[in-house]
Every structure is written in C-alpha cells, then in structure tokens.
Design a protein around this ligand. Structure first.
Ligand SMILES: Cc1cc2nc3c(=O)[nH]c(=O)nc-3n(C[C@H](O)[C@H](O)[C@H](O)COP(=O)(O)OP(=O)(O)OC[C@H]3O[C@@H](n4cnc5c(N)ncnc54)[C@H](O)[C@@H]3O)c2cc1C
Length: 289
C-alpha cells in the first residue's frame, strides 16, 4: 500500500521542528530513520496530515564524552552506536547489543531517538536505557525535561512524550570501575525481533557483588528486576546465587503472549537468559570471556 497524502516539512533546527509540531496540533509525525514510521504509513496504521523530517537537524546528531556521562544525540544512527570507539570505551555492552538490532541496512538508518520514542517492547536500546540508567532529554514549548528511562517507557509503544515534545538526546551515566556485563537474546532468526533478552551489569568490590543490575525484554516494556538484583547485592557470585536470581527474574512479571511465544515460554527464556548473562558477566570479571 501507499501512504495517505501528507504535507512534508524539513526543518533545520529543533526550535523550527517544535514550532511545526505546535502548528499541526497533534496531526503531525516526526520522521527520523523512518524504519518503523514508514511501514506504519504504508499500511495506513497512521495517517498524519504532516511529516516533519528531522534528518537535517545537525544539532541532534552527535556523540559526546562528558565528565560523568556520554551524551548521544537523538539522530545518532544505530550503526554509529555499534561502531563508535568512544561508546565502546565506556560501554562495551552497547556495540555487542546493537548487532542484534535488525539488519545492517536498518541499523544504517534507524536512530536512537526513533527507537526510544517508538518504544517497541522488544527494542534493545530501550533495554539498554533501563539497564544503564539513561536520562532522556527533551524539548517542547513548555521547556526542557530530563526524564529517567525508568519513567520514560510506559507500556508497549507508549512513552511519556507529549504531542509537541521532541526527544533531543539520551545521556548514559558512566558505570563504576570493576563493572562487568552480560547480554543474551533469543529470537527466531538472526536479526529478528527479540522474543526475550536479558542484560546485566555486575560491579564487584573485594570479591563481592556491590551492585547488580538486571534488565529484561519479555513484557510490555523492558524492565529492571530489583528483587533478583537484591539476591546478589552484597554477596559473592556463585552458581547457586546466580540460579536463584535468574529464577526470581523469570517469575517477575506477566510476560507477553503473542504469535511467537506464550507467557510460559517467555518465563523460561527470561530465567535461562538471565542466568547465562550473569555467568558471562562473572566470567568477564575473571578474565575468561
Ligand atoms: C525489519 C525490521 C526489523 C527491526 N528489528 C528491530 C530489532 O530487532 N530491534 C529494534 O530495537 N528495532 C528493530 N527495528 C526498528 C528499528 O530499530 C527502528 O529504526 C526504530 O524502532 C525506530 O527508529 P527510526 O529512527 O527509524 O524512527 P522512525 O521510524 O523515523 O520513527 C519512529 C517513531 O518515533 C518518533 N520519533 C522519531 N524521532 C523522534 C524524536 N527525536 N523525538 C520524538 N519522536 C521521535 C516518530 O514520530 C515515530 O512515531 C526493526 C525495523 C524493521 C523495519
């Protein structure tokens, strides 16, 4: 199918893009990489009166290294996140995870802002946002907002973004020293969307787990699982402790049911993937991975 007729605008600044959003009062859509939006237009799931193409807003296209965090502009392509030496230096988990996002052609176009705003329950970048405690910076006619990832994603395809609000950047605070990571995903074929995934970081001090983070894909939106993290915090890592945390993770939520998997299958996948991810992080801490 072809999309309905729409007006097309190409602003070159955030201010102009926001003015256009205001002018069209909820009847316009922002176009970033187009990898999710264009299929929805073609299938006429969405019929906006106007498309506001933000690809020429150069102020949204950057990766910068600050004192306490890395800031990634909304227009940064998935492929840049996958290949940026700066990102790899501070967050080696990100390039590894990005390889699971669709296929290269899609990663060349898709953007971090588009992925966060689209809020697909299986999106790996949303998972990273939750795991790494990202902050989302936005602008609208009411001003700027900094939103914790934990508050940003509401449910499947739903965020707290308002009608005339533009996602400008995502900020990833640095992890403490001695932090190790693991990531495991299950999909039907390479490049397919995740049926479930688990991402963890483990910060060690004197051989004990000072802080563990566990985030998973499998429900309405990516979530952290504090009750599983609590079983490891303050303790030495062991096969038994990891198995107990993984079991708790599997039981943590009513997982999605769809054409790919039942809730019970996702429950089992979350448990197994969390266990594997924690073991990988542990192996990395011992220089084995
Ligand atoms: C075949 C296929 C497989 C895919 N597989 C995966 C996968 O495995 N994992 C995964 O995570 N993703 C996957 N995707 C989605 C892909 O990562 C998209 O690029 C991403 O979801 C949307 O990013 P985009 O830049 O293309 O956004 P667009 O499609 O341009 O926009 C998506 C939505 O976000 C809004 N938007 C865009 N930018 C902003 C902004 N700065 N501020 C506010 N709103 C904004 C748009 O208005 C629109 O509603 C897949 C896509 C395809 C086509």
């Amino acid at each position: 199918m072809k999309p309905s007729v729409f007006d097309y605008f190409v602003p070159t600044s955030v201010t102009d893009a926001i003015s256009l959003l205001v002018e069209h009062c909820g009847e316009a859509k922002l176009l970033a990489g187009g990898q999710s939006l264009v299929p929805m237009l073609n299938f006429r799931v969405l019929n906006p009166q106007a498309l506001i193409d933000i690809n020429r807003i150069s102020e949204l296209d950057f990766v910068s290294e600050g004192e306490e965090s890395i800031r990634v502009g909304a227009l940064t392509r998935h492929r840049v996140i996958e290949t940026s030496p700066l990102i790899a230096k501070h967050f080696p988990i990100l390039p590894a995870v990005m390889k699971h996002v669709a296929h290269l052609a899609i990663r060349n176009r898709g953007t971090i802002g588009g992925s966060f705003a689209h809020a697909d329950p299986a999106a790996e970048l949303a998972l990273m946002g939750r795991l790494l405690g990202a902050k989302i910076l936005t602008r609208s006619p009411s001003g700027e907002r900094s939103i914790e990832a934990s508050d940003f994603f509401v449910s499947a395809m739903t965020t707290v973004l308002e009608e005339a609000e533009l996602l400008c950047e995502v900020e990833f605070p640095y992890l403490p020293e001695n932090t190790f990571w693991g990531f495991e995903e299950f999909s039907l074929r390479s490049g397919d969307v995740a049926i479930a995934a688990a991402a963890v970081t483990v910060t060690l001090s004197d051989g004990r787990c000072e802080q563990c983070r566990i985030a998973v894909i499998g429900g309405e939106t990516a979530i952290r699982i504090p009750q599983a993290e609590g079983l490891l915090n303050g303790n030495k890592l062991s096969q038994d402790a990891i198995a107990a945390a993984a079991k708790t993770a599997g039981e943590a939520a009513p997982w999605n049911v769809d054409q790919h998997a039942s809730s019970e299958l996702r429950h089992q996948l979350v448990e197994v993937l969390t266990q594997r991810a924690l073991v990988k992080a542990w192996q990395r801490s011992e220089g084995q991975s």
